[in-house]
Design a protein around this ligand. Structure first.
Ligand SMILES: Nc1nc2c(ncn2[C@@H]2O[C@H](COP(=O)(O)OP(=O)(O)OP(=O)(O)O)[C@@H](O)[C@H]2O)c(=O)[nH]1
Ligand SMILES: *[C@@H]1O[C@H](CO)[C@@H](O)[C@H](O)[C@H]1NC(C)=O
Ligand SMILES: [Mg+2]
Length: 436
């Protein structure tokens, strides 16, 4: 009897102790103060973003000016790496449902931001198609992060385009006009030869084969978007095209993931390029490799591009209408030397080289394997292909609304399986059942 009640007393004392510990823990976890930079950000957005006078003036990036005040309050010994002067160690990212903060998809996410922007090349007539894309990116991700958005156009953006897009983007919006030199034929191009090619391609019914503007677009996305004055304000970009869709919640900051994991290029879909558009692209690439062995990375992903050690190209490429990547890498000597070399060879006009194979070849040869990332958890659609994450558990956790049957990853025309093999990566569970 006496031993029994002593046990109860022990239980009660233990329970009390446990409650006290819980109370202490919950109260001592740092209360996150409303972040001044982010509040400022939201409130000044309207004033700084959409006015026509600001349109092409390389406006200052939002995280530059506001980082100082937060920084001053930090002890000098703390290493502060990111914009906004916050220590990333104090704001761990929730990467799985077991991590604290995973479920919190409301409000503005506290913590550091990366020096990054969304970027869209568009015409004024694309306004409602890009509006759809923006709305999805905002709903699934950016409303909690408020990253900026840069819009680029070979003509001036009109007031309606600016009004609609700036009303949808939660971060600041910037509008840039592309200079003529970045959207025209370089002098060394033989106009007659280029014209003949377009006529031939039109006859062969090659998609966009007869288009001049499509070629300027591909050359611009290959060699110039990352050096526009507005883009010089950032370290990372996320490319968004009109009428794309996102099917799952994004619980963490992909920019920060890229930065912390030293990733320089990423993709969600990959496939074989239409051979007729790039007959000599690999010859030009081999010439570049020979002239610039110093730019070829050790431990690269040549095996993704070639099945015979580089002799021939298998036409695999990452689909570049979705990209999250490092602007500093694209601005590097290695990448720009590659672009200049290709541009001299003329294939943007004498053939119809796309920016997707150009970026992909560069990333696969000039980056280390580990610097390229496949985002299985970012579900994406651009006509006509879908990336719907493999793995039912993951799709449920991320509240995805894509049909897993539409997932292109493991189908015959996708190169993602090759990418996994080239990197000795284990394919996600359930991939075999999605092969057709
Ligand atoms: N400013 C401008 N943007 C363009 C032009 N042509 C294409 N773009 C943009 O460049 C990107 C790629 O063009 P798309 O027409 O989507 O090319 P695609 O993705 O290969 O083909 P689709 O299947 O038609 O989407 C999109 O963001 C377009 O809005 C142009 O002449 N001027
Ligand atoms: C953001 O990146 C650009 C380009 O690298 C750089 O010039 C700028 O100083 C950076 N801003 C901040 C706040 O780090
Ligand atoms: Mg497109």
């Amino acid at each position: 009897m006496a031993a029994g009640s002593a046990r109860y007393v022990r239980y009660i004392l233990f329970a009390f102790f446990a409650l006290a510990v819980l109370y202490f823990v919950s109260n001592s976890s740092p209360v996150v103060p409303p972040l001044k930079p982010i509040t400022d950000h939201a409130s000044t957005k309207g004033a700084e973003s959409s006015g026509p006078t600001k349109a092409t003036t390389g406006a200052t990036s939002s995280n530059g000016g506001s980082s100082t005040s937060a920084k001053e309050e930090k002890p000098a010994s703390k290493k502060v790496e990111f914009g906004f002067g916050l220590d990333p160690a104090e704001y761990p990212m929730a990467m799985t449902p077991n991590d604290p903060g995973w479920d919190d998809l409301s409000g503005i996410k506290p913590g550091p931001r990366i020096n990054a922007t969304f970027v869209t090349l568009a015409r004024n007539s694309d306004v409602w198609e890009i509006a759809r894309s923006i709305r999805q990116i905002e709903d699934r991700f950016n409303r909690r992060y408020n990253y900026d958005w840069v819009f680029l156009n070979d003509k001036p953006f009109d007031a309606n385009f600016k009004k609609v897009t700036s009303s949808l983007v939660s971060g600041k919006t910037h509008y840039g006009e592309i200079p003529k030199e970045h959207w025209s034929f370089p002098d060394h191009i033989d106009q007659d030869k280029a014209k003949r090619v377009r006529e031939e391609m039109a006859q062969k019914k090659i998609i966009y084969g007869d288009s001049i503007s499509y070629r300027h677009m591909c050359r611009f996305e290959s060699g110039f978007f990352f050096r526009q004055p507005l883009m010089m304000n950032y370290d990372y970009y996320w490319r968004v095209e009109p009428s794309v869709e996102l099917f799952c919640d994004i619980h963490y900051d992909p920019f920060r993931f890229m930065h912390e994991n030293k990733k320089k290029y990423s993709f969600v879909l990959s496939l074989y390029e239409y051979v007729e558009t790039i007959p000599t692209l690999w010859d030009s690439t081999k010439k570049f490799m020979k002239n610039h062995p110093e730019h070829i990375a050790e431990g690269n992903t040549m095996a993704f591009l070639s099945d015979d050690g580089g002799e021939t190209y298998n036409h695999c490429h990452f689909w570049s209408n979705f990209e999250i990547g490092s602007l500093n890498w694209l601005r590097s000597k290695a990448y720009t030397d590659f672009f200049e070399s290709l541009d001299q060879d003329g294939g943007f006009f004498y053939e119809r080289w796309g920016d997707a194979p150009v970026h992909s070849i560069a990333a696969s040869l000039m980056l280390k394997k580990e610097e390229v990332h496949f985002f299985n958890d970012i579900a994406y659609y651009h006509v006509p292909f879908t990336h719907c994450p493999t793995g039912e558990k993951l799709r449920t956790e991320l509240k995805c609304h894509c049909n897993p049957k539409d997932n292109f990853d493991w189908k015959g025309y996708s190169c993602t399986s090759r990418y996994f093999d080239a990197n000795n990566l284990e394919k996600p569970e359930g991939w075999e059942s999605q092969q057709d």
